[in-house]
Write a protein that binds this ligand. Structure first.
Ligand code: ATP
Ligand code: MG
Length: 399
């Protein structure tokens, strides 16, 4: 066994010494079998949250009612979740209450896909009642039990199927796929927050092009926030291999391909409940992409867009024009580097200077003058020195 599992073995031993069972489960075991990088490891146990809290001196309660306790152990944190069933599903959603149980197999049975329903004990032995290892070897995504039942219990699992399809490039098993089409409409019962998590993972998966196609084919997209009117746009989006794009670039590219009106972009991103900061970044990028599609960069545009946006815009531009990231981007960076200033704070003039030079009362004229100087400095009409700026301003005033 390797890290990060190895460090957690003493944690499993400690739980076992108290007379309970404990296993590695879920995504980390799947990713181990796949040879993928392992983000964080999840542990499942027959001990109740209270029993876990009694065993370990340092714990954080992150959701006792769902059975999850974070344990601080040898300087690391681990999510330890009590075996549970989710017997009563309401409205195609996760149940609000869960039942704690003492059987590992019952816990594995409530999990979404067979590849996610494998447990591994501290010796590295697998407990795999639903043949998840075989599914991984055959590269298939298949529900634990009947797909129809599992998707109607919790419709988010359909989005999860497509996001794993995007991340892993596995096939979706035939009946699971048929159920996606049949039950797509149930996705309307799922909260935006849960859809967003899966959609963003899907957007940056290596197989994203085909995953987006699948959202279209299965009509799942109809039940994603703000997406229903954009069948044609989604088809356009699927034509491109976007694997080089980051998450924010993907959003910007999506907005462009959906041809969302300028004044509707903000509300589109808001229906997705994206954080305000991210929305701002995406809107900034879309704006510069639209400009770039019409005209080439000027010094002023480079200055206003900023380095990250220049990069992102060029990546999308190249994709649309079927071009490689080429020497042009190096040239643009050089051009950016030689700008007299990169941001307003670098201007060698202050509001106080202006008050002193013009002997006028404070007012909006100060901001106007600063913006004037900023533009002149970028266009190299005046050099960025306090005295030069002063002379230039006085001269402008006289004309
Ligand atoms: P990732 O590597 O992206 O975290 P993951 O498989 O670990 O993928 P999580 O959302 O972290 O996904 O969930 C952890 C585990 O919990 C899953 O592997 C699966 O066994 C189970 N699980 C998560 N969501 C559901 C669900 N909606 N229905 C059933 N089981 C689920
Ligand atoms: Mg996980």
């Amino acid at each position: 066994m390797n890290e990060p599992f190895l460090s957690a073995v003493p944690l499993l031993t400690k739980i076992e010494d108290e007379g309970f069972e404990a296993y590695f489960v879920g995504g980390s075991v799947r990713d181990l079998l796949l040879g993928r990088d392992i983000a964080d490891i999840d542990i499942a146990t027959s001990a109740t949250p209270q029993e876990i809290q009694a065993i370990f001196p340092k714990t954080i309660d992150v959701g006792v009612e769902h059975g999850t306790i974070v344990v601080l152990f040898s300087g690391k944190t681990y999510e330890v979740t009590t075996f549970r069933t989710e017997a009563e599903y309401e409205d195609c959603r996760r149940p609000s209450e869960v039942q704690f149980i003492r059987s590992l197999e019952e816990d594995l049975k409530r999990r979404d896909f067979t590849m996610n329903a494998i447990a591994m004990d501290k010796r590295g032995q697998f407990i795999d009642p639903f043949h998840g290892k075989r599914a991984i070897e055959n590269r298939v995504i298949q529900t634990v039990g009947k797909a129809e039942e599992r998707f109607s219990e919790d419709a988010l699992r359909m989005m999860r199927a497509v996001r794993f399809f995007s991340q892993l490039n596995f096939q979706i098993e035939t009946t699971t796929r048929a159920a996606l089409i049949q039950y797509a409409h149930l996705l309307k019962h799922i909260s935006t927050e849960r859809k967003l998590i899966e959609f963003e993972k899907l957007l940056v998966g290596k197989n994203r092009k085909h995953a987006l196609e699948m959202l279209h084919e299965t009509r799942l997209y109809m039940y994603l926030p703000g997406m229903a009117p954009y069948s044609e746009g989604l088809t356009r989006m699927c034509k491109y291999d976007t694997t080089s794009l980051t998450i924010e670039e993907m959003w910007a590219f999506l907005i462009y391909q959906l041809r969302i009106n300028n004044d509707e972009i903000n509300s589109f991103l808001k229906t997705w409940k994206l954080p305000v900061k991210k929305i701002k970044k995406i809107i900034h990028l879309v704006k510069w992409l639209m400009i770039r599609l019409k005209i080439d960069w000027t010094d002023e545009a480079l200055y206003k867009a900023g380095m990250n946006t220049i990069f992102s815009t060029e990546r999308i531009y190249n994709l649309l024009h079927n071009q490689e990231i080429d020497s042009r981007i190096d040239r643009l960076l050089e051009q950016y580097e030689t700008l007299p200033i990169k941001q307003r704070s670098e201007l060698n003039v202050t509001g106080n200077d202006l008050l002193d030079w013009f002997q006028k009362k404070q007012g909006p004229w100060i901001r106007e003058k600063i913006e004037m100087v900023e533009k002149a400095v970028i266009h190299r009409k005046v050099s960025n020195h306090n005295q030069s700026i002063r002379e230039w301003l006085i001269e402008c005033n006289q004309n």
